[in-house]
Design a protein around this ligand. Structure first.
Ligand code: ADP
Ligand code: MG
Length: 346
């Protein structure tokens, strides 16, 4: 996990006047995309570019497959900041961490976390280890590389792939109530997702998406979103599944109400904010991120840390920005401004 990065020496510009920059929106393209995937990606890029245009930032879209450096060579890192929207590289969809070292080698300041934080947060078992070391509450768990139960006794339990995202593998069958179901579900994760299975205490409580942006002491929690599952009488369905996140035609999407800003009492709100900031710091997240939690008996438990959360206009991060008074273009510009502080000297 200890990734050593080669970085060029860079000196920040004096902080008195904000540094002027143009933006490159760096986006990955995958050979196995359907036509719909391509159309959706183009639409998201157009919206980001348009949003930046409205706030006066000139943006160029650069799409990459496996070669990231080649298409960027003609741009000057003293003039451009890269918005890193590359979701891995062609043929390696989860290799988010392979992109920042290339950008750093070329001398570009880029948005978002470095390779270490991207890799750390993509590995849920490693993330939980860091959380516990930092005394941040997270559900009791065990990681399985084969379907042997080793005395797991907490039911219901939630079984998820340890290195996936987008709620892959999270369906009502992921909530198990007996050793037999647990064994079967671990085997399913091993066979289907080709990674270890993470078994967690199932927290049947309200769920919160907590978006954070900024760096160091200035990192700030944006208005909190709460997912309300009260329309689902059976706890096996009280989950943020793939459909609930992205399929507006699904029942899961229609019945999961999202409240942002969440109406919370002051003490719980402060507790959630404190846990989110501690998590952001422990995972060394930079510029923007999102921490997913569930609350039981007033304790916020961290379920998932997203160092590169969905940043589309419809995503949860943009929703929290809107609730804070930033439209889409302003939000993306703000994230670029955080990164611009790392631009090489003129
Ligand atoms: N321990 C848990 N208890 C209850 N629900 C959980 C638990 N872990 C995950 N979930 C549910 O599954 C969803 C997806 O899990 P998460 O760990 O966030 O994975 P992903 O990286 O795929 O988003 C969560 O948003 C939540 O609804
Ligand atoms: Mg999540």
């Amino acid at each position: 996990m200890a990734l050593k990065l080669k970085t060029r020496r860079s000196v920040s510009a004096p902080s008195s006047a904000p540094r002027q920059f143009k933006a490159i929106i760096l986006n990955s393209v995958f050979s196995d995309w359907s036509q719909d995937d391509t159309i959706l990606s183009e639409e998201c890029l157009t919206r980001m570019k348009r949003g930046l245009g409205i706030v006066g930032i000139e943006a160029t879209v650069v799409q990459v497959k496996r070669d990231i450096a080649g298409p960027l060579k003609k741009f000057d890192p003293r003039e451009y900041v890269v918005f890193n929207w590359a979701e891995g590289i062609d043929g390696e969809p989860n290799a988010y961490d392979k992109v920042p070292p290339v950008l750093e080698e070329l001398g570009f300041a880029h948005t978002g976390s470095d390779a270490w934080a991207l890799a750390a947060s993509a590995d849920k078992a490693f993330t939980k280890k860091l959380l516990l070391e930092n005394r941040i509450p997270t559900p009791v768990s065990k990681t399985y590389e084969r379907a042997a139960l080793n005395g797991w006794r907490r039911y219901p339990a939630l079984v998820k792939p340890a290195t996936e995202h987008c709620s892959f593998g999270i369906t009502r069958d992921a909530v198990v109530d007996s050793p037999q179901q647990l064994k079967e579900r671990i085997q399913y994760v091993l066979d289907t997702w080709k990674c270890p299975a993470l078994v967690e205490d199932f927290i049947d409580g309200q769920e919160f998406n907590v978006s954070v942006w900024g760096n160091g002491e200035s990192a700030q929690v944006l208005p909190i979103s709460m997912m309300d599952y009260s329309a689902f009488p059976d706890y096996h369905d009280r989950l943020c599944t793939f459909d609930a996140k992205w399929n507006p035609d699904s029942e899961a999407y229609r019945l999961t109400a999202v409240q942002c800003p969440a109406l919370l009492d002051k003490t719980l709100k402060r507790r959630i904010e404190r846990v989110a900031l501690a998590t952001y710091k422990a995972l060394k997240i930079r510029d923007y991120g999102r921490v997913d939690m569930r609350v039981r008996n007033n304790v916020p438990y961290v379920l998932d840390v997203n160092a590169n959360p969905d940043i589309t206009m419809e995503g949860g991060f943009a929703r929290s920005c809107r609730a804070a008074g930033f439209d889409y273009g302003q939000s993306i510009a703000k994230i670029l401004t955080f990164a611009a502080e790392r631009m090489p000297a003129l």
